[in-house]
Design a protein around this ligand. Structure first.
Ligand code: DGL
Length: 264
C-alpha cells in the first residue's frame, strides 16, 4: 500500500464533514481527499436514476485520477441508492453510510423513533429493510427535511442558520400520529449532525440524536488497519463547481484540516 494513498470521502456537499470529523479522531495520520459534488447539490430532490448515474460516474473518474485506498460515500442519499452499483464497478473498498436505525431502536425508551433525511432517502427500500430488520417492534416516523441541507451549507459559510428550517423538521415529525412520543431521532443525512446544537434546541432536552458517523469511522479504521500512512501535502477539498460559494467555505473547511481547495 502506497503510504500517501488517501481516503476519499464523497458527498453532494459539505455534509460528509460530519463523517470526516470522526475519521480524524480515529485516524489522525490519514491523508484525506474530501470531494463534494456541489454542481449536483442537492441530491435529495433528484431521481434514483440521476443519482446513481452521477455518483457512479464521478466516483469512477475520481478513483482513476486520485488513486484512493478506500472510498467512503459520506452521504445517505447516495449510499442508499448507489452503494451496490458503485461496489460493482469499482475495485477499491467502498464504505457506505446507512441510516442509524439499529442503534436508535436500542436507545428509544418510548418505542417511537423519528428519522430525518432527504426526500430521496426516506423513500428507499433500503430504509424499509432496516426498519423491518431492526425496528419492527417500534414506530418509525420519517420526514424529509431539505431545509436542513441548505441550513448546514449556510452555517459552514459562516452565515446565520434559519431557525425555521429546524422548526419545520420538528413539526414534520411531531405532527404525525405518535409523533409527540418521539425520544430518539435518526439523523439520516450527513449534513444534519452539523446542525446538532440548533436541532437539540429545537427538539428540546428529551430527545436524543443518533447518526452513523462514528460507525463509519470505525469501519474505515478496521479496513485500513496495519496500513502505512504518510501525508505529503495539506489535505484537499475538491468541488465539482468553483465560485464564490466555495470561496466562502474555505475557513470552515480549514477547521476540518482541508487547507487546499480545488475544482475537479
Ligand atoms: N448529505 C446528503 C445525505 O447524507 C444529502 C444532501 C443532498 O440532498 O444532497 O443524504
Amino acid at each position: 500500500m502506497d503510504p500517501v494513498s488517501p481516503v476519499l470521502l464523497f458527498d453532494s456537499g459539505i455534509g460528509g464533514l460530519s463523517v470526516l470529523a470522526e475519521v480524524r479522531k480515529l485516524l489522525p495520520q490519514a491523508p484525506v481527499i474530501y470531494a463534494a459534488d456541489n454542481a449536483g447539490l442537492p441530491y435529495g430532490t433528484k431521481t434514483e436514476a440521476e443519482i446513481a448515474a452521477r455518483v457512479a460516474g464521478l466516483l469512477g473518474r475520481m478513483t482513476e485520477r486520485l488513486r484512493p485506498r478506500l472510498v467512503c460515500i459520506a452521504c445517505n442519499t447516495a449510499s442508499t441508492i448507489a452503494l451496490g452499483i458503485v461496489r460493482d464497478v469499482l475495485e477499491v473498498p467502498i464504505v457506505g453510510t446507512v441510516p442509524a436505525i439499529k442503534p436508535a431502536a436500542a436507545m428509544t425508551q418510548t418505542g417511537v423513533i423519528g428519522l430525518l433525511g432527504t426526500e430521496a432517502t426516506i423513500r428507499q427500500g433500503y430504509v424499509d429493510r432496516l426498519e423491518a430488520e431492526f425496528a419492527s417492534d417500534k414506530l418509525l416516523l420519517r420526514h424529509a427535511a431539505p431545509g436542513l441541507v441548505t441550513a448546514a451549507e449556510a452555517k459552514l459559510r459562516g452565515e446565520p442558520v434559519d431557525p425555521g428550517a429546524c422548526a419545520e423538521a420538528v413539526a414534520g415529525l411531531r405532527r404525525q400520529p405518535g409523533g409527540e412520543r418521539i425520544d430518539t431521532v435518526v439523523l439520516a443525512c450527513t449534513h444534519f449532525p452539523l446542525l446538532m446544537e440548533e436541532l437539540a434546541l429545537a427538539f428540546g432536552p428529551d430527545v436524543r440524536f443518533v447518526d452513523g458517523a462514528q460507525g463509519i469511522a470505525r469501519r474505515i479504521a478496521f479496513l485500513t488497519a496495519g496500513q502505512p500512512w504518510q501525508r505529503r501535502d495539506a489535505d484537499l477539498a475538491l468541488f465539482t463547481r468553483g465560485g464564490d460559494d466555495v470561496d466562502a467555505l474555505r475557513p470552515g473547511l480549514a477547521r476540518y484540516g482541508l487547507d487546499r481547495v480545488e475544482v475537479f
